[in-house]
Design a protein around this ligand. Structure first.
Ligand code: HEC
Length: 142
């Protein structure tokens, strides 16, 4: 009986631990700088970067899901989806930074570029702030 209870507890803790981890990769913990998520200047800067570098695959900020998104496998996600409200900002940061260069995305044949070499830390956080705002407010948060 005691063994069963312990086994159940361990199972529950394992489930909780995996549930808290967004996505599938193993990403480093990071804290999003305070206040940027609702800062109009941050969102405006991010929107410029997004339109130039991301919209071709992910859809323009005011377009919602891109008609090109399903041309890829795995498909490019729609950042207005409600699930992104609950995404860990550190996970989104890591995905933008490393893209298809890490597992499991590399083996899946992802086309998502790794942007770590191209953007500063501040710019990547700006993009994360934009994605979180789009998930909350739909298409264009500005
Ligand atoms: C060449 C097309 C392409 C471009 C350009 C591109 N992406 Fe992606 N992106 C994808 C695809 C396809 C996926 C889904 C596969 C994956 O998760 O690796 C993806 C996945 C992601 C994810 C992970 C989503 C999740 O739920 O795990 C994030 C975050 C992301 N992209 C952000 C961006 C940002 C920000 C930019 C611009 C700086 C960008 N992408 C540019 C194609 C692209």
């Amino acid at each position: 009986m005691r063994f069963l209870r312990r086994a159940l507890l361990i199972l529950l803790l394992t489930l909780l631990a995996t549930a808290c981890h967004d996505g599938h990769g193993n990403y480093p913990a990071r804290i999003m700088p305070a206040g940027i998520e609702h800062d109009p200047a941050t969102l405006a800067a991010a929107e410029k970067i997004f339109q130039r570098n991301c919209a071709s695959c992910h859809g323009k900020v005011d377009e919602g899901r891109s008609p090109r998104a399903d041309g890829y496998y795995p498909p490019a996600p729609d950042f207005t989806e409600a699930r992104y409200r609950h995404s860990d900002p550190a996970y989104l940061y890591w995905r933008i930074e490393t893209g298809k260069s890490v597992e499991p995305y590399q083996s899946q044949g992802s086309v998502m570029p790794a942007w770590g070499q191209h953007f500063s830390e501040q710019q990547i956080w700006q993009l994360v702030a934009l994605l979180k705002q789009r998930a909350e407010h739909g298409g264009n948060p500005l």
